[in-house]
Design a protein around this ligand. Sequence first.
Ligand SMILES: [Zn+2]
Length: 201
Amino acid sequence: MKDTELAKLLQSHGFRGENLQTALNLLVKKGLTRHGKIRIAESKIAAVARIFKATFVRHCRKSKCQPLSDETRQKVLVDPEHCENCKGSDNQLEVQCMVPAMIGRGCKRLLVAGGSKGTRSELKRLCKKHIEIRFITDDSNVNGRAIEPLLAWSDVAVIWVSTEIGHKATAVLRGPKVLRVTRRSVAALAEAVGEHCARIA
Ligand SMILES: [Zn+2]
């Protein structure tokens, strides 16, 4: 039977020091290991992950990652890479804040003019199916007539100004649902959209 080092498994879930002992005690209590054992069967790894998820909320120090007040699981402070909320990624963190901010205001359609191929696909990946996104790019060769219906379709439209989009493509993007984001990271865009939605009455 294949097995793996128990301490390494616990560390891979973000447990260190005192927390490592807490996690280990839980596994003993649940009958998945015994005190003094060094290794654990690989067949138990999925059960370990399930138990940790049900028992602990692992969060980092960032203010946006603090557990909600109605969280009933035991709080464990971990390094950002193990944080359930941000997984160490500012992009993920900000998109995770943006999505409920948008949906809470009835906004589900995001139009983005600009961005690089990489940042566009990252934004799309992080929004998953929660937000519909359409992009205006220079190579999609859009003119004003093509952009107007896109703007009408959108709930929020972003001109991502520091990135690769020409003035022609964005000239028709005007009005209260259009915002400009001057920084080029996905996190910056998501933060700006989230703040914009929070201001919608
Ligand atoms: Zn975090």
